[in-house]
Structure formats: structure tokens, C-alpha cells
Design a protein around this ligand. Structure first.
Ligand code: MLT
Length: 267
């Protein structure tokens, strides 16, 4: 996947475009990178033009000095679409990528042709989650993103997938270790301060696919069911045998669900 770079306020942000056809944006989750989508590139680039950004502070993208909000990431994505001359897109976000999808929809509803919300939630952080994020900030400050990787990967993968596939664990760890400390801390603060998106759900008028790993313990099935109940045109796909990173843990099932949805909404 050939890396390209665009600039936002002096920051170099990395991305890849692969394939031809209707444009589909794939936005990775917290502390990961566009490498998260390798199985979707293999499974979908024959039919779709996939746009894969590294969010600021992750993968090969600069973190910058300023504290981002969740809207900052959405604005970075809008700037990328402008560079690529893409007016409307299917926006697929996993976890934090889904939080950014809600922010993007609030800012630019006319640019969203369809939504895919994978392993994510609409609600804001609870006090317990905020506390856990404060602890992660302290950990990253002291020990960097390698220590963060130790904490996160067991939460991200269903235990049997981690046991069966050590290469999967290594890949998830490598993505997290590749994040900059500043980028990870900035994203934790942005997630802590993000608004509750549940009031937005009934106003989402585009076709929407919600995907969740059956064993997702970070953004569990109940969160997916809430979104499916409140978004007027939503469909829900539960992926058996997957945890929080359903696209990596069960790529064939994930790709099949995504392909079927894309065939319906963009051909
Ligand atoms: C993610 O996968 O993006 C994060 O785990 C989401 C979160 O911590 O809320």
C-alpha cells in the first residue's frame, strides 16, 4: 500500500488510496493505524476505491502540539476528501473511528452517502471509562505506548483468537507501539471530552450498517443494538467468534457483510 501525505495546518498526515470504484473511507480505532484494514484491502479493493487515513498521532501521521477534539479528526478527514476531490463517501469507522464518524456526520451530513459503524458506541464516556483513560494517560507518560500495548491488546482480541493466532497479537501490538505518546494521549483526551451522540441517532437518514463482534467487551453488543434501534435505516450484523477488532479477527465474515451492504447502497 503506497503511502501518500497531505498537509493540515503544517502537519503531515499519511494515507493510502487503493482500488477503483465507489469511494469507501476506512477509519481505524484508538492507538491503531490504517494497517488495521489490511484484510479489507485484500477483500474489497477489486470493487471499491478504499481511502485509508492514519489519524493524527497514529501510524505515519504527525501528532502536532495542539490538543485535538473529536471534531479535529473529522475535519482532518474532510480535508483529505477535499484533496482527493471526493464530495460524498461511505464512511466506515471502527471504535474511535465510529466516534469520529458521528462527529463527521454532525459537521458534514451532506458528505455521508452511507455509514458503517463497527465495534463502536454512541454514548459518551461514563465516569469509570474516564477514570480508566486518566490511568492510561499516566501510563503512557511514564512508560510510552509499549506499555499501552500491553494493556490494550488483551481487551481488543477475543481470547481464543489471540491464542490461535500469535501473529494477530503481534500485529495489533505493533500498531499500538507505533503510535506516538503525544498522539495517544491527545486521542484519549479527545475521546473523554466527546459529546453524547445518542441524540443524533434518529437524525441519521443515510443507509447504515452496524457491525459488532459477538465477544466485543470494549463496545459490547448492547451498544450496537441501541444504535440499531434508534437509527432509522440501520441494519445490524453480529459477528460470531470476534472481539473488538471484528474486521481483523473474522475478516471473511466482516468483508461479506460490508460487500453486501456496499452492493446495496453504492453498487
Ligand atoms: C478504540 O478501539 O478505538 C477504543 O478502544 C475505543 C474506546 O476506548 O472507547
Amino acid at each position: 500500500m503506497q503511502e501518500r501525505v497531505y498537509e493540515v495546518n503544517g502537519l503531515n498526515l499519511a494515507y493510502t488510496v487503493v482500488g477503483q470504484g465507489p469511494s469507501v473511507l476506512l477509519v481505524h480505532g484508538f492507538a491503531l493505524s490504517r494497517r488495521l484494514w489490511a484484510p479489507q484491502v485484500r477483500g474489497l479493493a477489486d470493487r471499491y476505491r478504499l481511502v485509508l487515513p492514519d489519524l493524527r498521532g497514529f501510524g505515519s501521521s504527525d501528532a502536532g502540539e495542539a490538543q485535538p477534539t473529536i471534531e479535529t479528526y473529522a475535519q482532518d478527514i474532510a480535508a483529505l476528501l477535499d484533496v482527493l476531490n471526493i464530495q460524498r463517501i461511505v464512511f466506515c469507522g471502527l471504535s474511535m473511528g465510529g466516534y469520529i464518524a458521528f462527529a463527521f456526520y454532525r459537521l458534514f451530513p451532506q458528505r455521508v452517502q452511507a455509514l458503517v459503524l463497527a465495534d463502536t458506541r454512541a454514548q459518551a464516556d461514563t465516569p469509570e471509562i474516564r477514570q480508566a483513560r486518566e490511568e492510561q494517560i499516566t501510563l503512557i507518560d511514564r512508560e510510552g505506548t509499549t506499555a499501552l500495548a500491553d494493556v490494550l491488546w488483551p481487551r481488543f482480541l477475543a481470547p481464543e483468537n489471540a491464542e490461535r493466532d500469535p501473529a494477530l497479537v503481534r500485529e495489533v501490538r505493533a500498531m499500538i507501539e507505533g503510535a506516538s505518546a503525544r498522539g495517544a494521549i491527545g486521542a484519549l483526551r479527545a475521546m473523554m471530552d466527546r459529546p453524547d451522540s445518542t441524540p443524533l441517532l434518529p437524525q441519521i437518514t443515510c443507509p447504515t450498517l452496524i457491525i459488532v463482534g459477538e465477544q466485543d467487551s470494549v463496545t459490547p453488543r448492547a451498544d450496537a443494538e441501541l444504535m440499531a434501534a434508534r437509527i432509522p435505516q440501520a441494519k445490524l450484523k453480529v459477528i460470531a467468534g470476534a472481539g473488538h477488532l471484528s474486521n481483523l479477527e473474522r475478516p471473511d465474515d466482516f468483508n461479506q457483510a460490508l460487500r453486501a451492504f456496499l452492493a446495496e447502497v453504492v453498487g
